[in-house]
Design a protein around this ligand. Structure first.
Ligand SMILES: [Zn+2]
Length: 251
């Protein structure tokens, strides 16, 4: 088995671990670029916790790119497009979130993506507050691992329409900051971690889960006391924190 697929299976098992409350049953999906205009992505209906190589499909990025040129696609056109994108027609139909994963590779230049529905993160994203509590930081490691600012999309029908909104937000983010987000929050839906390694995707997801639990905890004691923008910037730019970031598998 090629190393990328081996590492992708391991990442999926880590994200699907029952004790972590990040994804259950068929929830969530993972993918990894293979550097030849293709990427491995979870097949529709596979379980992250128990997935093996038969649970992944190899997909062509140029087919995903051309499908995403459309403004809208019927459910049938989406299903046909996903089959057309298969590099090996013997592979299973890829996840409906394949578009979202492909756009991370096409637009953001990352190489690993993990999408989960953590209980903790969704307790916030599904609340009246939406993604707002994540727009300012609470502790240094959240900044080091998850980046200074997350990207956010409102609730949108999962699949093709969500992917188009996701692309718009990625472009806005890149325009504004000049680098891709490490995490993207989808309100009333879940988390996407964008990384340069399987380890980075796992780290971002675990830290986002911890961050969410800390936010929820603060509401029992008067609410969050956020770091200032200046304090956040300081951590984000510190050389020793950049060193630490590299040690943690980030670019
Ligand atoms: Zn999802």
């Amino acid at each position: 088995m090629e190393k990328v697929l081996f590492d992708l299976i391991h990442l999926s098992h880590e994200l699907g671990r029952e004790d972590r409350d990040l994804a259950i049953l068929g929830e969530g999906n993972t993918s990894a670029a293979v550097g030849t205009g293709q990427f491995w992505v979870k097949a529709s209906g596979s379980h992250l916790a128990t997935i093996d190589e038969n649970g992944f499909s190899l997909v062509a990025l140029d087919v995903v790119r051309s499908l995403c040129e459309e403004k809208a696609l019927t459910d049938e056109a989406v299903a046909q497009g996903l089959v057309r994108a298969l590099v090996d027609k013997n592979h299973r139909k890829p996840s409906v979130e394949t578009f979202l994963h492909g756009l991370c590779y096409l637009e953001a230049g990352v190489t690993w993506v993990g999408h989960t529905h953590p209980v903790s993160v969704n307790a916030i994203l599904c609340s009246q507050a939406g993604a707002k509590p994540f727009l300012r930081h609470l502790f240094p490691d959240g900044i080091v691992v998850c980046g200074a600012v997350p990207a956010v999309v409102p609730y949108i029908d999962p699949g093709f329409q969500l992917a188009l909104a996701f692309r718009e937000e990625l472009r806005r983010y890149l325009d504004r900051y000049g680098f891709p987000p490490k995490m993207l929050l989808m309100e009333n839906h879940g988390l996407v971690a964008l990384g340069q390694s399987a380890t980075e995707v796992l780290n971002i997801t675990l830290m986002a889960d911890k961050w969410a639990r800390v936010i929820l905890g603060t509401y029992g004691l008067g609410g969050p006391r956020f770091l200032s923008d200046e304090e956040t910037r300081r951590i984000n730019e510190r050389q020793d924190e950049n060193y630490r970031r590299k040690q943690l598998g980030a670019a």
